[in-house]
Design a binder for this molecule. Structure first.
Ligand code: NAD
Ligand code: IPM
Ligand code: MN
Length: 368
């Protein structure tokens, strides 16, 4: 894979801390398994704003479009919270997603056996849980127009965002979800609010129309508020969930806590496959820059490491290598090594780097 280009954008807060551990794992695969990538590194988010007065330069955008895969840490933080909207670190990430056309965001929530007790839910409710949330990522209220803040003649101000979905936007993300369901437990739950939103009515109609093409998949529909409730009541009823951009953002944070911590949840953002079989992709942990623990060596790097494993699997078809890294992560946690967010009585508390050390040791053991 030496000709394959990886672009690393570590970003802000704990982004660079967790990405340092990913880089150690990249180096391990390079040295020990001959898995060489052409790795470049660039700025995105607040760090880019500080240097270039924009959260994403056109140059970095261009490099992302050319890369075979992009790895992102996290962006944002209190330092940049009061900037005008267009300059905010988060806009850098949103621009990457939009211009790379990464419409399908895969957010798996998988409970490691050893962590079932770290969940805020009863152990038996989450033990063995394995669900996949497919979040639409380039449409909906995040990008719809009109948008903005305006002042009315009476002096009142009005904030506007618009939820919009076209049929093709719904169909392409639903197909990704149906196909994933076919490879898993063949259950797909489509989530919207067709009871109050026209975009939800259209969503439900379009998803329903696809069902005859995927006869082996059992399709169901659920309102988003109920889905949030069902996720904490009886999460194992779900296999694949497909939903819009905003509902997917909320539901995936919710699902994250089932696994014990936001620090455990990886994600893959995928575009369409082109004629040459190339598919744009960005991999990032679901968590943010965690300003409350940044710079203290407390961040859990597993979400970022598992995102790297998703990259090996989805972008490069390296299932064996991805399995190796996933197994290493499971074993390290099973051996009792924990960062603070997943700490439990009797376990060994490790730092971000300490967790990286254990992963490398485990890779040495497994990969020997
Ligand atoms: P957050 O995900 O950064 O943090 C939420 C809570 O989870 C915090 O208590 C944090 O300490 C904890 N946490 C998150 N990741 C962790 C990890 N790896 N290990 C241990 N604990 C972890 O969400 P927030 O506080 O709402 O947002 C902070 C900033 O991050 C904001 O600027 C927000 O816009 C941004 N953000 C960025 C992304 C992204 O880059 N994809 C995602 C979410 C939020
Ligand atoms: C996420 C984040 C982002 C989102 C922000 C930082 C733009 O919360 O990746 O889940 O809302 O999509
Ligand atoms: Mn989010």
């Amino acid at each position: 894979a030496a000709n394959k280009k990886l672009l690393i954008v570590a970003g802000d807060g704990i982004g660079p801390e967790v990405m340092t551990q990913v880089k150690r794992v990249i180096a391990w695969f390079d040295k020990r398994q001959g898995l060489t990538f052409d790795v470049g590194e660039e700025l995105v988010g607040g760090v880019s704003y500080d240097k270039h007065k924009t959260p994403l330069t056109d140059e970095v955008m261009g490099k992302a479009l050319e890369a075979d895969a992009v790895l992102l840490g996290a962006v944002g933080g209190p330092k940049w919270d009061n900037l005008p909207f267009a300059d905010k670190p988060e806009r850098g990430l949103l621009r990457l997603r939009k211009e790379m056309e990464l419409f399908a965001n895969l957010r798996p929530a998988l409970v490691f056996d050893a962590l079932a007790e770290a969940s805020s839910l009863k152990t038996e409710l989450v033990k063995g849980l394995d669900i996949m949330i497919v979040r639409e990522l380039t449409g909906g209220v995040y990008f719809g127009s009109p948008r903005g803040i305006e002042t009315l003649p009476n002096g009142e101000r009005r904030g506007i965002n618009t939820q919009v979905y076209t049929t093709s936007e719904i169909v392409r993300v639903a197909r990704v979800a149906f196909e994933l369901a076919q490879k898993r437990s063949k259950k797909l739950c489509s989530v919207e609010k067709a009871n109050v939103m026209e975009s939800g009515v259209l969503w439900r109609e379009e998803v329903t129309k696809l069902a005859p093409e995927y006869k082996d998949v059992a399709l169901s529909h659920m309102y988003a508020d109920n889905c949030a409730m069902q996720l904490v009541r009886q999460p194992k009823q779900f296999d694949v969930i497909v939903t819009d951009n905003l509902f997917g953002d909320l539901l995936s944070d919710c699902a994250a806590m089932l696994t014990g911590s936001l620090g455990m949840l990886p994600s893959a953002s995928l575009g369409a496959t082109d004629q040459q079989g190339r598919r744009r992709a960005l991999y990032e942990p679901v968590h943010g820059s965690a300003p409350d623990i940044a710079g203290q060596g407390k961040a859990n790097p597993l979400a970022a490491l598992l995102s790297y494993s998703m990259m090996l699997r989805y972008s490069f078809d390296l299932a064996k290598e991805a399995d190796l890294l996933d197994t290493a992560a499971k074993n390290v946690v099973a051996k009792g090594f924990r960062t603070g967010d997943i700490m439990s009585p009797g376990a060994t508390l490790v730092s971000t780097t300490g967790m990286g050390d254990e992963i490398l040791k485990e890779l040495d053991r497994l990969g020997a």
